[in-house]
Each structure stands twice: as structure tokens, then as C-alpha cells.
Design a binder for this molecule. Structure first.
Ligand SMILES: Cc1ncc(COP(=O)(O)O)c(C=O)c1O
Length: 365
């Protein structure tokens, strides 16, 4: 048995998402690029690149990773490029998307000849969290004024809209695309490609995939554009777990169990959004608050029920631990960094990365 903590990426589960993504390409013509900001565990890119069309990025390092490790197209996007990185970004990408007209103008000369796009902010979104809402008041994420965009239209061949966030509702997606068309349709018609961003949970159970494909195809046909999607979470949802071991139990008004991991260090997004982790199916009369081993008082994964009282040495498995977790892990408290293991399609489990004290030391100086 592998030493905990470790993330376990299950390729068979990943494959289910990949097959839906390939179905969407076949039936709608839309290409899907993996959003590396969500998931950049390159050990499983060999599987993913057979079903997806490439990657999209949020920085120089992500664009380089995409180019180096994932077949297909490499899109570069960043909220703002620095002068000293733009040459390398251009050298490692097939298309570059600027976040603002200011950046497009600043790098107009150096990016001449490269397919260029602009991020457009349609000022509508589906986010329930202000921190994750690209359409929040005073948002810096993209240009919103059709008049200003029209003035630079000759310099670009595509737009990127990213306004869906964890959107499971096809009707809401459709409604927002209608709004985008009303406001920007006359400009979209002058483009060659349109990225509709990420945040669309089309690989989820019961998502109306055929209606989604028809809508994407109708959009592409109407404006004669190549549509791109940038799935992050939708590509890797339900594929990965974080495996931990109970180190201690206490009673302090509630049963508490401390595990060899930390929500702050290893599943940070749950802490930011104040959500509970998901435990592998378990039930029973014994309720425990499962806590991390960092010194943060609120380092709590959640409350779960178990058939038996928990004991040191028991193994627990947190589900759905791929998206925005491994990319955000950190060395807070010097807690041992989870290894990365991959469950191959034949069922064998391969340890692909271990971290040790040297990695901790090298992280700072
Ligand atoms: C521009 C862009 N594309 C794609 C994504 C991926 O979104 P998700 O992981 O929700 O699919 C994001 C997420 O923030 C994004 O900002």
C-alpha cells in the first residue's frame, strides 16, 4: 500500500469525461482545450491529448507546459503580460489572447503575424461567489465596450468570453449566449474563432449534451467561426481522490479525527469557498469532524459519518480532488506534500511523483 498522503488520479474515471468531450467535438465541431489553471498534472496528458485539442493557459509557465507536454494547439492568455516574457509566450503559443486593448496595443508590433484574440467581458455570469465572478463590478477581466472593441478589430481574429462558472444549467448557458450575440454579434461575425471559455459543466450527469452540441453548432454556422471551449473542471471532475490516514482522535464536544493532510495546504479551494470536502461513500452512527494537521484552527475537511469509530491508522479518501487542488498545493507548516499516483486503465497503481524535505527547502531560500 502506498504511503499517504497522496492524490490518486484514476484514468478510467478521467476517460468518461474525455469521451463526452470527444462527443461534443464530433457533434458540434467545437474544439476543447484543457485549462491548465485547473489541472496541470502532466502524467495523465498522454490519455487526455487523444480526446482534447490542446491547452489554454494563464501565464508563461503554463503556456510552456502546454506546448511541452500536450499535443495539439496551445493558446496563450494572461490577465497581463510583462515586457520580459512576451517573446517567450509568443514562441510557445499558436494563438495569443490579450486581456485588454491596452495590452494588445502595447504588444502589437512584437505579435504581428501571430493569430491574436481579445478577451471580451459580456458583463453577465453564473458565479455565486463574488471572488470568482468575472462579471463582478469593476472587473479587470476583458473589454466590455463594443465601440472600443470595434476600433481595434482589424488587429484580431478571435474573441474569448469566459463568463460561465460551475454552470450546470444548459438553459442558463443558452440564455447568456443569446445576450452575448445581441451585444457582440455584429463583431463576432467579423472573427474567425471564438472561445466560450470554461465553467460549463457539460460532462456532468444528465447534462443535455445533444442540445449543447446543437447550440454550439448553430452558433458556429451563423457566424462562420471555429468555436473553442476551455474546460478545466469539466475535464477532470470526479476523477481523483486525496488519500489520507487518521493520525489521532479526540473528543471536544464532538468526535474529532486528525489526518496526515491539511485542507489549507492540499485542498485550498475548499477553504477559500468555505465548502466541505466530499468523503467516499460512508455511513453509520459515528460522526467525526475530520481535521487537517496544520496549526490553522479552521483546518477542517468536514463532518462525516462512519460505520465504526475511527482509529489511528484508518485510511480515508476525499473525493473529487483534481480541480484547483494540485495546482494550488503549498508547503504551509511544512506538512508532507501528497505524492501523486495514477491508476492506469489496467487497474495498476503507479506512483509518479514523491516530494521530500529537499523540495520543501528548495521552495524558499
Ligand atoms: C479564461 C478561463 N478559461 C477557462 C477556465 C476554466 O474554468 P473551469 O475550470 O470552471 O472549467 C477559467 C477558470 O477560471 C478561465 O478563467
Amino acid at each position: 500500500m502506498l504511503q499517504t498522503p497522496y492524490y490518486l488520479v484514476d484514468k478510467a474515471k478521467l476517460l468518461k469525461n474525455m469521451e463526452k468531450i470527444a462527443y461534443v467535438r464530433k457533434h458540434s465541431g467545437a474544439k476543447s482545450l484543457l485549462a491548465l489553471k485547473c489541472f496541470a498534472t502532466w502524467s495523465v496528458f498522454d490519455l487526455m491529448q487523444d480526446y482534447m485539442d490542446g491547452t489554454t493557459s494563464s501565464s508563461l509557465y503554463e503556456v510552456k507546459l502546454g506546448k511541452e507536454k500536450f499535443a495539439g494547439e496551445t493558446h496563450a492568455y494572461s490577465v497581463a503580460y510583462a515586457d520580459n516574457e512576451i517573446a517567450e509566450v509568443l514562441a510557445n503559443s499558436d494563438k495569443i489572447i490579450f486581456n485588454s486593448i491596452g495590452q494588445l496595443q502595447r504588444f502589437a508590433e512584437v505579435s504581428e503575424g501571430k493569430p491574436r484574440g481579445l478577451r471580451v467581458n459580456p458583463q453577465v455570469s453564473t458565479s455565486a461567489f463574488i471572488i470568482a465572478d468575472p462579471a463582478r463590478p469593476y472587473s479587470r477581466l476583458g473589454e466590455w465596450d463594443p465601440v472600443k472593441i470595434e476600433a481595434v478589430i482589424e488587429q484580431i481574429s478571435g474573441f474569448m468570453f469566459h463568463n460561465n462558472c460551475e454552470n450546470r444549467d444548459f438553459n442558463r448557458f443558452d440564455e447568456m449566449l443569446n445576450l452575448i450575440e445581441e451585444r457582440f454579434g455584429h463583431l463576432i461575425a467579423r472573427m474567425q474563432w471564438i472561445s466560450l471559455g470554461g465553467g460549463i459543466h457539460f460532462t456532468g450527469e444528465d447534462y443535455p449534451l445533444d442540445a449543447f452540441c446543437q447550440r454550439l453548432k448553430a452558433f458556429a454556422d451563423k457566424y462562420q467561426v471555429q468555436v473553442y471551449l476551455e474546460p478545466g473542471e469539466a475535464a477532470i471532475t470526479q476523477s481523483t481522490s486525496l488519500e489520507v490516514t487518521v493520525l489521532d482522535t479526540l473528543f471536544n464536544g464532538k468526535n474529532l479525527a486528525i489526518v496526515d493532510s491539511s485542507i489549507e495546504a492540499h485542498m485550498l479551494d475548499l477553504l477559500i469557498y468555505r465548502e466541505s470536502a466530499k468523503m467516499a461513500p460512508c455511513d453509520g452512527p459515528h460522526t467525526y469532524m475530520v481535521c487537517g494537521k496544520s496549526c490553522l484552527a479552521g483546518d477542517i475537511f468536514g463532518e462525516f459519518n462512519f460505520a465504526q469509530p475511527l482509529q489511528p491508522g484508518d485510511r480515508l479518501s476525499f473525493q473529487d480532488a483534481a480541480g484547483y487542488t494540485m495546482v494550488k498545493k503549498n508547503w504551509f507548516n511544512g506538512v508532507k506534500m501528497p505524492s501523486i499516483a495514477v491508476k492506469q486503465l489496467d487497474g495498476s497503481i503507479e506512483l509518479v511523483r514523491e516530494f521530500d524535505y529537499t523540495d520543501f527547502v528548495n521552495n524558499l531560500s
